[in-house]
Design a protein around this ligand. Sequence first.
Ligand SMILES: [Zn+2]
Length: 216
Amino acid sequence: MTETQLRETIVEVGRRLYARGYTASNDGNISTRLDDRRLLMTPKSVCKGFMSPDMMVVTDLDGKKLAGDRDPSSEMQMHLEVYRQRPDARAVVHAHPPIATGFAVAGQGFDAFVLPELILQMGRVPVVPYGTPGTPELGDRVEPFIAGHEALLLANHGAVTVGATLDAAWIRMESLEHCARIIFAARALGGPVELSGDAVARLEAQRAAARREPDA
Ligand SMILES: [Zn+2]
């Protein structure tokens, strides 16, 4: 994708996050790699539903601004931590989808395998201990978790997903919230029934195969 296409895709992902109620006010942030040493990310203090491509900020991998009229996202450190540790991750989406964030507020990750799409998209989703939003603390909290996970719940805050493309990171965020809604409903109906070990192993093999073909 060209830089123009990446700017337009960030705008589109922001629109979807806002349209689906995964962000309110100026919540959330989105970033992607431009090349080996530069990132493109959403600016601080804008509603993600009403962005334009020219608003984006270009930074290096340490978060130093290289281009753009605005300041980069206040939660940039969390994004930088992902890119430092995950050469395979080319995009990061952070939002506050209400049901998944409800699990994060309750301190409950997704550690039981109850839905195929949860296993195919992201596997286990842990809760990262609380760090003050908009400070480097958030990057420090995410640091021990990001190597082994495609999605994280941030305690008392929200969720973050990574992907080989912006679209892949967006799809994970949508799937995370969808699974959260289903698990919440299943609990109201007496509690989810876990998949068998065999079924989980087959799904995990499919996820591993998809990971070997990053654009699949
Ligand atoms: Zn946030």
